[in-house]
Design a protein around this ligand. Sequence first.
Ligand code: MF3
Ligand code: CO
Length: 289
Amino acid sequence: MKLNRNDECWCGSNAKYKKCHMEFDEKLEILKGKGYIVPSHDIIKTKDQIEKIKESAKINNAVLDLVAKEIKEGMTTDDIDKIVHGFTISQGAIPAPLGYGGFPKSLCTSINSQICHGIPSEDVVLKDGDIINVDVSTIYNGYYSDASRMFMIGNVSEEAKRLVEVTKECLYKGIEAVKPWGHLGAIGAAIQEHAEKNGYSVVRDFGGHGIGLQFHEDPFVFHVGKKDEGMILVPGMIFTIEPMINQGDYDLYIDAENEWTAYTDDGKLSAQWEHMILVTEDGIEILSK
Ligand code: MF3
Ligand code: CO
């Protein structure tokens, strides 16, 4: 649908198109004509949607803060699930993973050689030296948020610590690479360079994703790539960056029994950190903070 100059803008601002996103759309049209991949309007959030997604993210962060306070050696990953489920519900929110594609629990807990989608269990006890990714996602008022952090249990080996730290650096290198009107590929390029420079590999099979109105939206955010490739990033886009970095090779397999949990093929460690990013007019905002 082509809007006229004096029509109301598609973004929900109530402003006239010519005073709002007209120039923006013209810019996108030109880029598209040059062969670039450009985002469609439905993944560009309105001001109102951004506010609502921020509220969801605020609860999601509070859940992670609570886990950070409570997590300790000797507890099971099911104990974490109970904490996350109970607190989320107490906030009037819903844990997004619960029932998502049949996922049985309220969050993902991925330990040591598990790359992602670990399922909380009464049989999995946190022990001294473990590294664990706690991946929490929340639906509040219909709006989605998603973030994850690593935790180190007790005395962790220097090797494991370095992996956890470099993975966090990879996330921030990825975030720094996000520029309004820049390329999506810059994110993956920055992450890949930092990971490989440190002797690690980047998992290919999973990526970040648009988020907000649904759990997983376009674009797929690659954690490897070339800086001048991929979708053009524009103000109003919200997506996660969530690099999974392996100590050894990036090859993986999926647990045959639960059909969810990804493990490193070589049995070596894997780490992951995740933030939700809003692209703004002049840079970015980290929503999961
Ligand atoms: N939180 C994961 C992500 O970062 C998605 C998990 S899907 C689930 O995208 F069903 F396993 F929870
Ligand atoms: Co995610």
